[in-house]
Ligand binder design. Structure first.
Ligand code: URA
Length: 186
């Protein structure tokens, strides 16, 4: 049943033309990792490398994400990783509201299928879509939110850490808190 549902999701995504982003995509980037993970990470949208490979977080931001995961003893095999939008916004611009809206049901469906206990929003866009439209990443990151049986937290997007290394220390605090919560739900 779950296999069938994943097939349906993947089929729908591969044929998706719900917003303009399909016109410029090379590959759709649906998600990767453990489909039964207790923890799911949600980024913003594919960049160039992700568009070329069809895998989320494989460029520089992805390499940093892998390092941060490994610093808290998590590997890609233990987590599920997805994005708010599944097609690359040209030039890596922010996905527009209507593009996020068009893709939201795919993310909802992924959440329903993976059923993680913890959802980590990477950056402002994912936090606003998932936690609250008025979410302020600098002020509200690192806090835990309970909603619909999930525990949510937001932290800086790895690309933001590459642009501004002073954000690495607070992000590390968030990652330690994520590990603690992950241990507590086991
Ligand atoms: N940035 C994201 O938000 N997602 C990716 O998959 C890659 C970079």
């Amino acid at each position: 049943m779950a296999e069938k549902s994943w097939e349906m999701l993947e089929g729908a995504c591969r044929g998706c033309k719900k917003c303009r982003l399909w016109e410029t995509r090379t590959n759709i980037v649906i998600g990767t990792g453990n489909k039964n993970a207790d923890i799911m990470f949600v980024g913003e949208g594919p960049g160039r490398q992700e568009d070329l490979t069809g895998e989320p977080f494989v460029g520089d931001a992805g390499k940093l994400l892998d390092k941060m995961l490994s610093a808290i003893n998590l590997s890609r095999n233990e987590v599920y990783i997805a994005n708010v939008v599944k097609c690359r916004p040209p030039g890596n611009r922010d996905p527009h509201d209507d593009e996020q809206e068009a893709c939201l049901n795919y993310l909802r469906y992924q959440l329903m299928l993976v059923k993680p206990k913890i959802v980590v929003c990477l950056g402002r866009i994912a936090s606003r879509v998932i936690i609250s439209p008025d979410f302020r990443i600098t002020k509200d990151r690192g806090k835990w939110y309970d909603k619909k049986g999930y525990k949510f937290i937001a932290t800086y997007h790895p690309s933001a850490l590459l642009r501004d290394p002073s954000k690495k220390r607070p992000a590390w605090e968030d990652f330690k808190s994520i590990r603690k919560m992950y241990d507590s739900i086991k």
